[in-house]
Ligand binder design. Structure first.
Ligand SMILES: Cc1ncc(COP(=O)(O)O)c(C=O)c1O
Length: 312
């Protein structure tokens, strides 16, 4: 038997999971943490269970599909606001009813740009709204001990629900929600994507544990990544068709599904593992090459890639 055997609420719980959850709570500086099987199920868990009928969910228009799907499962009203646009968010906060949940990401998965967290906190505090921050693309890569962008004491206090995923920067699998003990108790008892599924396997839990130990011993990996990102940015600084990203997610816009597919396969033939992102995943006209910079990329590889991109 190598699986967890069942749901956490039946036979699937273990001392190992609880110990790793305590360790994650200390890494993410929260009262408690709850491991879920993936970031996708974590967002479903949060948005399907917390907001109630007559509450309002406001989400950034570029939020991940799992946030939008979670909001769809809720009985609350849901509206998007323009990407990173605090004026549009404020207009919608003024019209919102019930408890208000504002859903944002630290680093947006398709554009690689960051949310203006401090401005957003000022606004949501003024309107008494809860903040749900998805740190999928900053877990491990940003912040001391890999704790992402919500590191100031103000953000740790005011961001009510934080979501970290382990399948990206941490190189393993799974996710956790970090927040107050009340929040975690509530999710354990009401979040169906947590309750009605078999828990992660013990080796997945051990892998999460080891990945944070590894990062802790090799924290230089974060600055190695920043150096590689800066080298890439230097190489394409004169390139017009990009999003304003300083993260490991970089894009080059190549409008049209067939054009971007062709550009990606040309780069793949040169040995670069670069994928096209086509419409409707992104709006028509903003199809793009999505480039993920890694710690293990060499300077030669990065320079060669920027040279190839200039030929497009
Ligand atoms: C912002 C964001 N949240 C959640 C997820 C889902 O995480 P997971 O792959 O662990 O299901 C992703 C990507 O997959 C993502 O980009």
């Amino acid at each position: 038997m190598s699986g967890a055997t069942g749901s956490r609420l039946l036979s699937g719980n273990s001392r190992l999971i609880q110990e790793v959850e305590q360790k994650l709570a200390s890494i993410f500086k929260s009262e408690a943490a709850l491991i879920l099987n993936s970031g996708y199920s974590a967002n479903l868990a949060i948005f399907s269970s917390l907001p109630q009928r007559n509450d309002t969910i406001l989400y950034d228009e570029l939020a991940h599909a799992s946030i939008k799907d979670g909001a769809r499962l809720s009985l609350a009203k849901r509206f998007s606001f323009r990407h990173n646009d605090m004026n549009d968010l404020e207009a919608k906060l003024k019209r919102a009813t019930g408890n208000i949940y504002v859903a944002i990401e630290s680093v947006y998965s398709m554009d690689g740009d960051e949310c203006p967290l401090e401005d957003l906190i000022t606004l949501t505090t003024k309107h008494g709204a809860f903040v749900v921050l998805d740190e999928a693309h900053s877990t491990g890569t940003r912040g001391a001990t890999g704790r992402g962008i919500a590191t100031s004491s103000r953000s740790l206090k005011t961001v009510d629900v934080r979501l970290y995923t382990f399948g990206k920067g941490m190189g393993v699998h799974g996710a956790c929600v970090a927040g107050s003990r009340n929040l975690i108790e509530y999710l354990i008892n009401f979040a169906r994507p947590f309750i009605y599924t078999t828990a992660l396997t013990p080796h997945s839990i051990a892998a999460i544990d080891c990945s944070f130990d590894y990062l802790n011993k090799n924290i230089h990996l974060q600055s190695d990544l920043t150096e590689n990102i800066n080298s890439f940015l230097k190489g394409i600084s004169a390139f017009p068709n990009r999003t304003a990203s300083r993260s490991a997610i970089q894009t080059v816009i190549v409008p049209g599904n067939s054009n971007v597919r062709e550009a990606a396969s040309g780069l793949q033939e040169q040995g670069f593992d670069i994928r096209p992102i086509v419409s409707p995943t992104v709006p028509a006209g903003s199809e793009r090459l999505r480039i993920c910079i890694h710690t293990y990329n060499t300077l030669d590889e990065i320079v060669k890639l920027t040279e190839e991109l200039k030929k497009l």
